[in-house]
Design a binder for this molecule. Sequence first.
Ligand SMILES: Cc1ncc(COP(=O)(O)O)c(C=O)c1O
Length: 365
Amino acid sequence: MIDFEKLAGENIASLIPYQPGKPVKELERELGIKKAIKLASNENPLGIPPKSKEALMNFLDELNRYPLGDCYYLREKLSKKLNVAQNELLFGTGSNEIIELLIRTFVKPGENVVSFAPSFSVYGIIAQANNSFCKWVETDKDFIVNFDKILENIDEKTRLVFLANPNNPTGTYFSEEQLVSFLDKVREDILVILDEAYYEFVDAADYPNSLKLMKKYPNLFSMRTFSKAYGLAGLRIGYIIGNSKALDMLNRVRQPFNVNMAAQVAAIAALDDHDFLRKVIKNNRDGKLYLYKEFQRLGLKYYETQANFILVDVGDGNRVFNELLHKGVIVRFLGPKLAPFIRVSIGLPDENKVFIKKLEEVIGG
Ligand SMILES: Cc1ncc(COP(=O)(O)O)c(C=O)c1O
């Protein structure tokens, strides 16, 4: 008998795959219900930008061609918008692919990456798949990032530090002052990767201006995505901004046509859809204030968020998650280390209302 686990190796055989949120259609089929609500994957409740939809309709006849390998037109547009050079940008199949490219390019087997916990599990999954590992540094009370502890955990085999800001699954953030103090102390050959997937939702005045800081710290990078505020999660497109020589290394590793044509076309149009982005940000802000108010009324502790989801303490996260599921509302349970919590994505006003109604039934009864 072939031992596939042995062939793959211990690092692969012991990997625990990423658990995505359950799709709405699957739950509706399982429960025989209609109108289930998914508030589990921090997706955009307003759909895709109308300008992207129109652009997608108009490009279908070109699908027989390969996409532009360097995302030329998107690169040109985004570099103007961000005021960075074109070679200070690199695109990927979601920011997930950028994480993978960073690890495959800069981390050799036996070396490591560092992040704080709880945070985005994909850093650890990809590191392990590449015969490396992630050192998870516990946060302090209320999920405050302890940068001194991160510095203590960086060793001679550390290559990358991933810092999700705002963080997933907590929605919390660290300030520019905290980041600068860390950057002043960390070795300059450690690449510091800010994961700014929720960047567009941030309204905190002291949130780091990563593009400005990169001018002083060439080891600082920012990853962003079209999956969240821009509503294109299904097309898979994200990017990294930073030092052109470092990105040139990633460019050698990436597949020639890593970003598909539909994603490029939709992303270009999305950057022009200012009206859509405004609505998305407003819906998120209004939804957040509504949910804060309702959690207060229900006596539930929550964490103020800078993103499009909220972490809330419901006592027994697993039970509440499962009971909500049976009532047609999909939220996220985050596992035993975050047992008291659920994470809920901010939805449309009606979705938020239904969620609160069902939550009240679950925790009240
Ligand atoms: C912190 C963080 N980084 C990266 C991603 C991945 O985003 P993408 O869809 O661009 O791969 C997510 C998605 O949920 C996230 O929460």
